[in-house]
Design a protein around this ligand. Structure first.
Ligand code: OXD
Ligand code: MN
Length: 635
């Protein structure tokens, strides 16, 4: 991408010529902290010369800096301070109604070769995309402050931790990054000491002064109708234009920790996964660690803060969304949570569904697009059985029950430091990570997939991960009941060709050998013929997890079945659970005809990746067909 850097320098030089302002005059270097390495300084100078901010602020991550930004955002109308008696140090932001979620259609992997992005990503040619971005970024920060945020993904000091620097013109992004990652002086010190860093440039694309010098007023949530969330895997760069929202703008999260890190991990022999991390302690005091990948809307945050219903077991949270994993000195796979906060969906979170999460949100929380109560607190659908008699909805309009509109946006979010969860594991920030015993893959499947099954081996587990799917639930999303594949829950997050990613998983299995975690598939969402859930879910999900851990401990056997090994009768702990024998049988029913149809769909699905599908996965599909044929024969 060197040619593009030259382009940018030319653009920057043209700006410097065009006006009497020099790079030094816009205080890029003057107010930079001491000893900032030349490559970082020149990148900041280039972006500043391109975007033309009024000022450049290097974030130190301090409380004083945070307080000043919060005050400025309250004054600007970006933040509404919640009633401190009800929700201390907490704020509500209302986004532009057109900037409420990640925009997958505007997310690009700009690898040199299209086939390296693969059929599941949007691809754009890197030089052309850099030109588009250079044009869009030109003057984009006029009238604004440009913030430079050094950050670490993962606790400093560990082998898995990586550094980044985000440039943004959004103070909302700065304070959110302060919760979601570890920002400021310690990260910059690590860069000064020589650590590699990923550059991540972001602008909301709403300059306050146009190229002719005409000013316009700011708005509470500046953004642009044009949006680009772009990744350059070969040069490890991120550029994001036009959105202030979550995964589009907090570039440490999906952009770095998944899309760019998945490429780094492939090249360097580790794994960057869309997985929560749990620490689980048995009644006998044995500690296990588990990671789990679920497509969105499958209750991942609830599982990350699981309260087990089976006595004696303790579950603690290490991470709720992303796991970076690499083999440790003992050959086992170790995981860190690269993030420092939770950015979760608020609607549906309640004292019943996830009390631990709700308690974490009692103070020091940023809410985005929830409703506001008359006494200055937040509300969302599902928080209480009875909605308040009056609210301001997520757009600030009067709202009353029965008015026909949701009060909170369905993707309303909370941003909160992970340490505020009472379930947080004491060693969640261990720089060396936690050793993983079990990997779970889950989807939302009304049919076919049993409550829990164990993969026959790593290779079969990779097949299970590669074929994760959910049945579509709403006509708007496509054909109801059709399978939406979301391999490893990485569909929108894999920074390279998905089939190559499967090959990387197979390679990691070969490296880990006998020390590899055991892989299981779970499905909390199976229904009977009348559409009734067969499994109660939530805290009861501790039961199939207990079965998996007892398998790992070598305490119990299992039955070979079509989709994997399933519990033998009596082995799943059902003490004090009110479930009928018929429902239990239905939870594990494996219909060979239905599985044959599913195998055909898998073959079709694999076909889009052509020759790049690893032979091992084709072998696994043949193995599945063999087990189906055997089961048919036994009928
Ligand atoms: C998320 C997501 O926000 O997966 O974590 O979309
Ligand atoms: Mn996620």
């Amino acid at each position: 991408m060197r040619h593009w850097r030259i382009e940018l320098r030319r653009t920057a030089a043209a700006y410097a010529e065009e006006t009497p302002v020099t790079l030094q005059d816009i205080t890029i270097t003057r107010n930079a902290p001491a000893n900032v390495p030349a490559d970082l300084l020149s990148w900041v100078a280039e972006i500043a010369a391109l975007t033309r901010p009024d000022a450049v602020h290097w974030c130190d991550g301090s409380q004083a800096e945070r307080d000043r930004l919060y005050d400025e955002m309250v004054a600007a109308g970006t933040f509404i301070r919640l009633n401190p008696a009800r929700r201390p140090d907490s704020y509500l932001a209302r986004s532009d109604p057109a900037d409420v979620a990640r925009v997958e259609s505007r997310t690009f992997i700009c690898s040199e070769r299209e086939e390296d992005a693969g059929p599941t990503n949007n691809w754009a040619e890197p030089t052309a995309m850099k030109q588009t971005l250079t044009d869009l970024f030109s003057g984009a920060m006029r009238g604004r402050t440009m913030y430079v945020i050094p950050f670490t993904m993962g606790p400093l000091g560990g082998d898995i931790t990586r550094l980044g620097v985000e440039i943004t013109d959004s103070p909302y992004v700065v304070v959110s990054m302060r919760m979601m990652t570890r920002i400021g002086t310690p990260a910059l010190d690590a860069i000064i000491a020589g650590a590699a860093w990923v550059p991540a440039a972001h602008t909301v694309g709403y300059p306050l002064v146009d190229a002719d010098g005409n000013a316009r007023p700011d708005v509470p949530w500046p953004c642009s109708d044009t949006k680009y969330i772009t990744h350059f895997p070969e040069t490890r760069e991120i550029w994001s234009y036009g959105s202030g929202y979550g995964g589009n703008a907090l570039l440490g999260k999906k952009c770095y920790a998944l899309r760019i890190a998945s490429v780094m991990a492939r090249d360097e022999g580790w794994m960057a996964e869309h997985m929560l991390i749990l620490k689980i302690t048995s009644p006998a005091g044995r500690e296990f660690h588990l990671t789990a990948a679920f497509p969105s809307a499958c209750g991942k945050t609830n599982l990350a803060m699981l309260r087990p219903t089976i006595p004696g077991w303790k579950v603690e949270t290490v991470g709720d969304d992303i796991a970076w994993m690499r083999p440790g000195p003992d050959g086992r796979l170790y995981a860190i949570n690269p993030e420092a906060g939770f950015f979760g969906v608020a609607p549906g979170t309640s004292e019943e569904t996830n009390p631990t999460c709700l308690h974490a949100l009692r103070h020091d929380t940023i809410f985005t697009n929830t409703a506001l109560t008359d006494d200055g607190d937040v509300w969302w659908e599902g928080l209480t059985a009875e909605p308040p008699a009056h609210l301001l909805d997520w757009q600030g309009n009067d709202w009353t029950p029965g008015c026909g509109r949701p009060a909170a946006h369905p993707n309303a979010r909370f941003t909160v430091p992970a340490a505020q969860a009472e379930s947080i594991a004491p060693d969640w920030e261990s720089p060396t990570g936690v050793p993983i015993d079990v990997i779970l893959f889950g989807g939302r499947r009304a049919r076919n997939v049993p409550l829990i099954s164990e993969a026959y081996d790593w290779e079969h587990g990779v097949f299970v991960g590669a074929t994760v799917s959910s049945e579509q639930t709403a006509a708007a999303e496509g054909t109801v009941g059709a399978l939406r594949r979301d391999p490893f829950a990485m569909l929108p997050f894999c920074g390279y060709n998905m089939a190559d990613y499967w090959a990387h998983w197979l390679d990691m299995g070969a490296i880990l050998g006998e020390a590899a975690p055991r892989i299981f598939q779970v499905n909390w969402f199976r229904k009977d013929g009348d559409g009734r859930w067969l499994w109660p879910g939530f805290g009861e999900n501790s039961r199939p997890i207990e079965w998996a851990l007892r398998r790992v401990a070598g305490e119990i056997g299992a039955l070979d079945a079509i989709s994997g090994r399933i519990p033998a009768p009596g082995d799943l702990n059902l003490d004090r659970l009110d479930i009928s024998d018929d429902d239990l049988e239905a939870l594990f029913a494996l219909d060979p005809q239905a599985w044959a149809a599913e195998a055909d769909l898998t073959e079709e699905y694999f076909a889009q990746f052509g020759e790049r599908v690893p032979a091992a996965l084709s072998r696994q599909l043949a193995g599945l067909r063999g087990r189906i044929a055997e089961a048919k024969g036994a009928e």
